[in-house]
Design a protein around this ligand. Structure first.
Ligand code: PML
Ligand code: MG
Length: 260
């Protein structure tokens, strides 16, 4: 993608009311597009909004905005899929992977206790020193924006790793790659709010993107996205990075990093 005239295209859809007026979140989507591909990009996100298992949207917004900052290219995190047979096993594995990234055990437990209280559509930021939530975004959370992965490069990557190439994996791995690329990120814990999708992941610099095949039960519409962060002192810069730094994931075989 040529750097000139790159647009950030963002979609959000909700039921009954808009999100800020208390509507139920249905779907969201992000991509980076050239001017030439803008119509196709808007259509891609429109289709995503109109066909979601959380419901049909009554409120739908698609926004295009030219990106002026230089785009950073990063290699995707290494992926490993952990097959588990129960949600309990999956969640135990998630906790032990979080510990492996360096999040203290008591902070993990504190975060897990708070998960039922979080009904936010974005990500929650938790300080690993105090266990406190530090994003200050109440029911909104932080929405990671301005990242993408060109489909052709993603497909090539998926083929070489023998994983199924799905838009969901592409989007989640691009997001986790962007998040983990920041030095203050220690780990991410995520599972979908899609009632038909139960695979989630723990990601971190030293463990890569660790998929876990069961992190919730079918039918459950409660999702989770937590970023464990090392310090709250530079939180504003950290949030600007998540929301504004444009990133393209680009796989180059030679740059594949090893993980434990
Ligand atoms: C989401 O759909 O909101 C998150 C999906 C997380 C897992 C994606 C995967 O690795 O299969
Ligand atoms: Mg979703």
């Amino acid at each position: 993608m040529v750097q000139s005239r790159i647009y950030s295209v963002r979609m959000r859809a909700s039921e009954k009311e808009s999100h800020e007026n208390g509507g139920k979140h249905i779907s969201g989507g992000e991509l980076l597009s050239s001017y030439h591909d803008l119509q196709m990009s808007v259509n891609t996100l429109l289709e995503k909004a109109l066909n979601h298992s959380r419901g049909k949207p009554d409120f739908l917004q698609i926004q295009c905005e030219m990106v002026n900052q230089p785009i950073k290219r990063v290699n995707p995190l290494t992926v490993h899929t952990n097959e588990v047979t129960t949600v309990k096993e999956g969640q135990e594995l998630a906790r032990s992977l979080l510990e492996k990234t360096g999040v203290p055990k008591d902070i993990i437990e504190q975060a897990y206790k708070q998960i039922p209280e979080y009904a936010v559509r974005g990500a929650i930021l938790i300080d690993i020193q105090t266990g406190e939530r530090i994003d200050g975004r109440i029911d909104k959370g932080v929405r990671v924006s301005r990242m993408d992965w060109q489909w052709e490069n993603f497909e090539k990557w998926a083929k070489s790793k023998a994983v199924l190439a799905s838009p969901r994996l592409k989007e989640a791995l691009a997001l986790a790659t962007k998040v983990c690329n920041h030095p203050l990120t220690i780990a991410e814990l995520c599972w979908s709010d899609d009632p038909n999708y139960i695979t989630g992941y723990v990601a971190g610099k030293n463990i890569g993107y660790q998929r876990i095949t069961q992190l919730k039960h079918y039918g459950d519409e409660r999702g989770c996205r937590i970023f464990f962060v090392d310090s709250s002192s530079t939180i504003h810069t950290y949030v600007s990075y998540l929301e504004e730094q444009p990133i393209i994931v680009q796989w180059e075989e030679d740059h594949d990093s090893r993980v434990d």
